[in-house]
Structure formats: structure tokens, C-alpha cells
Design a protein. Structure first.
Length: 206
């Protein structure tokens, strides 16, 4: 597995880059790939998402400088902003869609290991995708697969402004509480520090 760190980059530009790497992976021009990035404020909704989970008018999003995109990933509505570490997974799965659930579970386990390294007890919830700390979600997942190549991925809250999540029903769940590594540790932590540990755990994991 290779890792590319984009630093801070817009959602649309990164989305187009994902598509580029999906084709590269399909043609065996690259190995499996993890792209790490922070996005400016943007709300995305997946292929099965419901617009009623956006709680403010589009005009309000424009006023706040928040972009909005409907995309083909799984899952409902989510939000990205600076201080959240997003990981896009460009991986070949031999069994395609039928292997996706197992793949996502494995990535969830790696995120739980990452949180444990910071003294946070992450856990999975029955019938829900993602990683939680008690009843608060700390890491969301939304993935897609195109002819055995995965794309999109996970979003881990590190030190981002969580008030933005009041604009949506996160993951389409009304009243879902959101947390971050900073919130759980009750102290400042940098994305770079988390990125360094995540890189180590994912390299060992693959």
C-alpha cells in the first residue's frame, strides 16, 4: 500500500484525483493507495441519502461558504472541514462488492487501534457503520466500488469545529452526537500527530 498526503485540498479537486487513481489501479499502474487530506467545509450526500437530512436551505450553505455535492458513495449525508482527517481508499478487491463489508470492518478495526494509541476506546455499533466513542460518532465511512476498485473512504474527527454538524442529520441519523479526538482527550492535538500514527498503523495493517 502506498500513501499520498495531499495536505489541505478542495473536495472536487480531490474527487477528480480519486477517479484518476482508480483508473491507474484498475490498469495495475499503481499499488493499493491511501490518500490523506483535509477539506475546507463541504457537505456531501451519498447515493442513498435523503435531502431532508440537510437541515438548512442551500442559500444558507452558500452564505456560510460551505460547498455541497451529491456523489456515488454509500451512506447518507456527512460533513468535512479542516481538522478532520479524510482517508480515501483506492484498493483492488478480488471479490468486488461482496468483499466490501469485510474490507470496511477491517478499516474500522484499524481506526479503533489508532484511537487506542491515544487512550480512546473506540467501538463499533451493531447495524451501524463507523466508529463510536460511547454513543458519539468519531469516524464515518462512505465507500463505493467500480469494477473491483474501491474509492471514497473514512472521515476521522481530530480537532475540527463540530458545530458544523448541526447543519445536518449526520449519516442520516436524527440526533446523532458527534465527537472528535480533541473532544475526548480534552486537549489540543494536531492532525499531523494523528496522521503520523495512522500511517504507521495502516502500513502495519497492510
Amino acid at each position: 500500500m502506498e500513501i499520498i498526503d495531499l495536505g489541505k485540498k478542495g473536495f472536487l479537486e480531490t474527487y477528480q484525483l480519486q477517479k484518476f487513481y482508480v483508473e491507474k489501479r484498475r490498469n495495475n499502474e499503481i499499488s493499493d493507495l491511501l490518500i490523506l487530506v483535509e477539506h475546507p467545509p463541504v457537505i456531501t450526500i451519498g447515493r442513498d441519502g435523503k435531502m431532508e437530512n440537510l437541515l438548512v436551505p442551500m442559500a444558507k450553505l452558500k452564505e456560510l461558504g460551505i460547498e455541497f455535492y451529491q456523489i456515488e458513495r454509500g451512506g447518507d449525508i456527512t460533513l468535512h472541514n479542516y481538522g478532520q482527517l479524510v482517508g480515501y481508499l483506492i484498493f483492488y478487491l478480488k471479490n468486488g462488492f461482496w468483499e466490501m463489508k469485510k474490507f470496511i470492518i477491517y478499516i474500522e478495526d484499524l481506526i479503533i487501534s489508532l484511537l487506542k494509541s491515544f487512550g480512546i476506546n473506540g467501538e463499533k455499533k451493531e447495524k451501524l457503520i463507523g466508529v463510536f466513542v460511547n454513543d458519539k460518532k468519531i469516524c464515518s465511512f462512505g465507500m463505493a466500488i467500480d469494477k473491483n476498485i474501491t474509492f471514497h473512504g473514512f472521515a476521522l474527527n481530530v480537532n475540527n469545529d463540530l458545530s458544523y454538524f448541526q447543519l445536518i442529520n449526520p449519516c442520516g441519523i436524527k440526533g446523532l452526537k458527534i465527537t472528535s479526538i480533541k473532544e475526548e482527550l480534552k486537549k489540543d492535538i494536531s492532525v499531523e500527530e494523528v496522521k503520523k500514527e495512522l500511517t504507521k498503523i495502516f502500513k502495519n495493517g497492510f
